[in-house]
Design a protein around this ligand. Structure first.
Ligand SMILES: Cc1cc2nc3c(=O)[nH]c(=O)nc-3n(C[C@H](O)[C@H](O)[C@H](O)COP(=O)(O)O)c2cc1C
Length: 200
């Protein structure tokens, strides 16, 4: 499937065939693509929780106001991020570069993020947002539907997945085979309203 088809065919599907499974090979293929998504300074803040324990899926559904896709879809992935990733062994993010470039990059990362908690958090969320779209488009190309979700109690979900300190939850994404098609599109805003030239 070409990328434009994946973009236009991706829709938020809420009702899934609960008997369908994604194979481990498919999951690996999908996540290998996701991990190629861009991040600022290649920091790769994302941490993905693949929830396979069905009891945990049920508890997470309760924390998501009973939304059935949380337990019925083939896969439930909780997209988290390490807010502190910018200073966690940052040499890993440029290990393929020469030592001069590495020294420059490490100094740039440090001065860009140090003492800027809002920026550290924004960056972590940006990384997850981009990964989320890669995940959903790659899943579509592999024949899987998806639904990004933020309709849950984040405190309860954090408890259930034992979210570490200095991490955040960006969203959940379910993946699977649609049982019921998505609603008709809600209506896209006109390009003339959302694209401006040069300045507002
Ligand atoms: C960050 C985010 C959170 C969302 N949370 C939910 C959710 O909790 N439950 C749900 O059914 N849909 C959720 N959606 C899906 C949106 O309702 C959907 O993307 C939007 O209506 C556009 O429809 P489409 O994805 O089919 O193009 C969420 C989407 C995004 C991007």
């Amino acid at each position: 499937m070409n990328v434009f088809s994946a973009i236009s065919q991706r829709r938020s599907v809420r009702h899934y065939d609960s008997t369908a499974n994604m194979t481990d090979n498919e999951f690996q293929q999908l996540m290998s693509a996701v991990l190629l998504s861009p991040t600022s300074y290649n920091i790769q803040h994302w941490r993905f929780v693949r929830v396979q324990d069905q009891k945990l899926r049920e508890a997470l559904k309760d924390a998501a106001w009973g939304q059935a896709q949380v337990s019925d879809a083939s896969e439930l992935i909780i997209l988290c991020a390490d807010i502190n990733a910018w200073q966690d062994r940052p040499e890993r993010y440029c290990r393929n570069t020469d030592s001069d470039t590495q020294a420059t990059l490490l100094s740039m990362i440090d001065s860009f993020y140090r003492d800027k908690p809002q920026l550290q958090r924004d960056e972590a969320i940006r990384s997850c947002g981009i990964a989320a779209q890669t995940l959903m488009l790659a899943a579509k190309a592999m024949g899987y539907d998806s639904n990004p979700m933020i309709g849950f109690d984040p405190t309860r979900v954090a408890e259930l997945i034992k979210l570490p300190e200095k991490h955040l939850i960006a969203m959940m994404i379910v993946l699977g085979k649609a049982q019921t098609a998505a609603h008709p599109r809600g209506g896209q805003l006109p390009m003339s309203e959302v694209v401006v030239t040069d300045h507002f």
